[in-house]
Design a protein around this ligand. Sequence first.
Ligand SMILES: Nc1ncnc2c1ncn2[C@@H]1O[C@H](COP(=O)(O)OP(=O)(O)OP(=O)(O)O)[C@@H](O)[C@H]1O
Ligand SMILES: [Mg+2]
Length: 1050
Amino acid sequence: MLALGGITRIFGTFDGVRAMMESALTARDRVGVQDFVLLENFTSEAAFIENLRKRFKENLIYTYIGSVLVSVNPYKDLEIYTKNHMERYRGVNFYEVSPHIYAVADNSYRSMRTERKDQCILISGESGAGKTEASKKILQYYAFTCPASEQVQTIKDRLLQSNPVLEAFGNAKTLRNDNSSRFGKYMDIQFDFKGAPVGGHIINYLLEKSRVVHQNHGERNFHIFYQLIEGGEEDLLRALGLERNPQQYQYLVKGNCPKVSSINDRSDWKMVRKALTVIGFNEDEVEELLNIIASVLHLGNVQYGGEEGNVCITSDTQIKYLARLLGVNGAVLTEALTHKKIIAKGEELMSPLNLEQASSARDALSKAVYGRTFTWLVNKINASLTYTNYSVIGLLDIYGFEVFQHNSFEQFCINYCNEKLQQLFIELTLKSEQEEYEAEGITVRHHFLLSLSEKFKGIISILDEECLRPGDASDLTFLEKLEDTVGGHAHFVTHKLADAKTRKVMGRDEFRLLHYAGEVNYNVNGFLDKNNDLLFRNLKEVTSFPILFPSSLHPFLTSFSLFSVCLCLPLQAATQFKASLAKLMEILMSKEPSYIRCIKPNDSKQAGRFDEVLIRHQVKYLGLMENLRVRRAGFAYRRRYEVFLQRYKSLCPDTWPNWQGKLADGVATLVKHLGYKPEEYKLGRSKIFIRFPKTLFATEEALETRKHSLATKLQAGWRGYSQKSKYQKLRTSAIAIQAWWRGILARRRAQRRRQAADTIRRFIKGFIYRHRERCPENEYFLDYVRYSFLMKLHRNLPKNVLDKSWPTPPAALAEASEHLRKLCMQNMVWSYCKKISPEWKHQMEQKMIASELFKDKKDNYPQSVPKLFVSTRLNGEDINPKVVQALGSEKMKYAVPVTKYDRKGYKARPRQLLLTANSAVIIEETKLKQRIDYGALKGISVSSLSDGLFVLHVSSDDNKQKGDVVLQSDHVIETLTKIAICSDKINSININQGSITFTVGQGKEGIIDFTPGSELLVAKAKNGHLSCSQTAPNSSIVVQPLLLQTCVTL
Ligand SMILES: Nc1ncnc2c1ncn2[C@@H]1O[C@H](COP(=O)(O)OP(=O)(O)OP(=O)(O)O)[C@@H](O)[C@H]1O
Ligand SMILES: [Mg+2]
């Protein structure tokens, strides 16, 4: 366990960190470990499978064993192959991202580019485990991520499009996989020095030709047959002599399932046709290709009849089509399919075949034709992909280990291949492990021994011998020979050699091999025939075949010398296969390998089902536990110093944020700080090796925690920084705006100052020239003076008629000002007049008359001005009703109490003076004492002083009158004004200075003398005159303001 002291030092409290680490560990456990190397219990298969299961349930289908990728087929679309994913894995360190096939692809690509070493990716697994899908994903990854020019694009397209073509001709629906590859494939992708894919090459291995003539129940022939029949255009089918019904063809009905729900033959056909064009097949070549495919179907329908020893073909139709499609002579073909050529005593004889032989010959021909077509196709694709000596990445998609109930020659070959690959795998893995330790100067002792031996040694050569030796060689003689030669080998058992217990589970025609993945029983039946590839054996007998197409018109077939090889001895299939495998091993050994181990989770092709038994079996025969053991023999984890330091440097203050010294010293400082114990790790030359996963986990957990605090710090730093820069930005903007605005303001002010200065200058100039005629120099000034006068006038117009203020006009406007003043006054008067009531008007009229009469003539006039004239001084109750009665209909206009002075003694008597429309009447209580018609009123005299005396001069013609009447009224101005108005005697009022002379009657005169005095005193003087001394005008009179105003104005 990692000494937690170090980590505690970093994070303070031990308990807190521990709790956090544990919770993080359990969280991680839920999806297992990303690398099996980090499994605590690495020897336990159960733990291994449990880790796979946990991850599979979470849709995490990829897990590493070191650099080996284990992939579990999800049987569903996981959305993990998008362009985004490709981008994410591009150029990223293998261990920095979660396990993915793209990481493997990218790693190989980068190694190829940086180390200039060829790479290969070996994909293995059983049928349906996802090998082909994996290889396609890798190809797509390269197509997307590698740089590409236009020319490279064509190659990319061809590389990609080679898949659907090869799948159409080489894949078929089997019980295990609806798109099972029935051949092994090794594909080289070539890259130029820029890393762009510029070419490719495909090698195919062991096509399962037997499928052409026979399929197990529930399986199909190769896809291309169904695609042609389903998708081919009517014209095409007609030309090929085919019907759109797979049931019509013997080679398509064996498995009894021409239609599969997961396969759309029609759309696949379209895709294949397009792909053929992309790859560069011209129309003729496509036609030839389809002719061959159709001819295989026709061959299958060739039926034999007749008697034994005289076999014949029952229907001509197929032969006719075959002759046309293959470009051969029908008769020769018929003979070849029914006879064999034998050489007896140096002579060639045609011997008829029996039914069984004839059928075999037919099927052999079909298989051979199809097999060679497939090879031709691969060669053609290779020709379209240029191949030069650049760096390559090889992709090996080859069948995995197969164990069936009955295992035959094919399983033997396949398992042989897997045995070789496993051997290679272990060798290379061990080698690279060992090399790595050595390179790093670390000594590690492996605690296990790999028992890899050539179990197949000898078996294939014995088989070949049996095939070639003269005499009656059979499968059983082959078995016996095996027992004789390799019987002593520890990994080989037959029924005969086995112990009693084993015998129970072995047939007599079986031999058992102990493979690395387990024991497999092989049934020898058919081994010889299959190894001879039937056709050749037949051809050795049926020598009519070489002459079948001697002058074949069919360039396609002749180009492959299909039948020209028939005379010479062919290599046996197993030997051929062995040779090609040896070559493959050579190829692989020369490259840096990466491994993808595919696992099939269940047999029912269902998503989400994890069949533990099935998986355990695969884990076993894929050698994954062995792989893990090799990997974990020494140290569970290793990283280059720079990678390790880069990842964990934040955990030690000395290495954070950057280590300046040597990398190795940095790592040493770091692990010391983390408290690693000496036995937990070793430092190599360029890598650190950590023995236990938990040491790494603890460091990872510490990193997680550290990341949080770092993130917080970074966040805070970043926020501070961003806020600061935001603030700085705002500030700069504000300053810019301010400066800009200040500039505007300053410019405006300057402009205003300039304007003001101009104005002042003009003003002064104008002032200087003001007395001149209007000229440019003074016009502004003059206008201004006028304007300002008018404005001033406008603001200070007199408020009322009494307001006499008026601004002083400039000389030029004196006349206009006068006009304006008058207008203004008129306007005010007019509007005043418009506003006054009739009563007030009447009052004013009276006051006007009073003014005309007395203004500046009588001293007490000013005192009367502010007093309103009333309509009467006596009301109805003041006047005796008798008087009213005596007046009759005469309407009284004014009445005022007066004092009457007798004519003789000037005795003062209180009287009432009544004015009617026609006369003035003097009333003494109830009596009308005197009536003076206005016609008889000659005039009225009054003094200029302020007394109230007045004399009504009466005409002496009127006998009723006794002379003038001397009266005194307290309201003399009002009374006289009323009398003047009523009697229309305005011009008859005399204002006398000093004295008034009046008629007393009968020609006598009386005189009233007026003298100023301190108080009013009216009395008869000694000279017989009436003397009137008067008071000074009363200064304490309260003047009614409005009246006063009006009167003054008027
Ligand atoms: N990564 C994957 N994601 C989704 N489905 C997959 C994936 N890999 C495989 N499959 C599914 O599994 C099926 C079988 O895969 P594939 O044909 O690659 O198997 P194989 O290993 O090549 O088998 P064979 O040996 O028979 O050719 C595919 O048709 C596909 O439906
Ligand atoms: Mg496949």
